[in-house]
Design a binder for this molecule. Structure first.
Ligand code: OAD
Length: 232
């Protein structure tokens, strides 16, 4: 399964590309989500991510997150790959999701990339690395940066090996995550896209369902992978 910002939309977190409400409709990624932007204006970038960190911390997992955590309990093998950095899958009970784009709750040193566990907020952000004094930055992937290699390799291996690949709440416009459903299709999996951009279609092996994840997934998971409790 691959998830994107649409899975957290019903938790009140903005997506990126939706007209009007998407983050990239309101903010310029060139000013906020690149290493160059951070070099130019580290305070602005730090504060924008601090705002998003607060939004994520205040949000609650929604029925889509809960259904995906339940699904993992019902099938013998299930890999959850997410582009989201909000940590809501883990808070809903998913174990070790593959976080392709990092996690807002972690910070790392801008100079050497090492994750820093303990750091102090300062009046003049960004705070500094306790080891080397370099600037701290969020541990998320910015435009122009490579994805964490181990996470990407694990995601590709899961896409190659799966029988069913669910792609949920993502526009599928950002590589390399966008390649994962294609890889799954090429390797013989049934692929199901669920978001608000797709016309519903059922032409095996590719299915598309235009629906809100939080409304569809609990019913879908119960229908396809029922437990004794959920039948009837
Ligand atoms: P996008 O904003 O590009 O796409 C969000 C998708 O979610 C769209 O296809 C919507 O139709 C769908 N959607 C919205 N609400 C939904 C709901 N309630 N249920 C189901 N689907 C819903 O977000 P992503 O595809 O996640 O990268 O964006 C990918 C990456 O681009 C992000 O991880 C981020 C961004 O730049 C980085 O920051 C590195």
């Amino acid at each position: 399964m691959l998830t994107g910002a649409g899975v957290s939309a019903e938790s009140g977190l903005p997506t990126f590309r939706e007209a009007q409400t998407g983050l990239w409709a309101q903010y310029d990624p060139e000013e906020l989500a690149t290493p160059q932007a951070f070099r130019r204006n580290p305070r602005l970038v730090w504060e924008w991510y601090a705002w998003r960190r607060q939004l994520a911390a205040a949000a609650q997992p929604n029925p889509a997150h809960v259904a995906l955590a339940a699904l993992a309990q019902r099938v013998p093998e299930c890999t959850l790959i997410t582009q989201n950095v909000d940590g809501l899958h883990t808070r809903a009970g998913s174990v070790n999701p593959i976080e392709l784009h990092g996690n807002l709750s972690r910070v790392k040193c801008f100079d050497d990339g090492r994750v820093v566990e303990h750091w102090q907020a300062t009046a003049d952000p960004p705070p500094r690395c306790p080891d080397c004094g370099g600037m701290l930055r969020p541990d998320v992937v910015w435009f122009g940066e490579l994805l964490p290699r181990t996470a990407l390799d694990a995601a590709i291996a899961a896409a190659q090996a799966c029988d069913v690949f669910l792609s949920i709440g993502t526009s599928g416009l950002v590589e390399p995550a966008a390649a994962l459903p294609r890889i799954a299709l090429q390797c013989g999996a049934t692929v199901v896209l669920i978001n608000l951009d797709v016309p519903t279609r059922a032409t095996p092996p590719l299915y598309a369902i235009n629906a809100k994840a939080g409304e569809l997934l609990p019913a879908l998971v119960d229908a396809v992978w029922p437990t004794p409790d959920s039948i009837g």
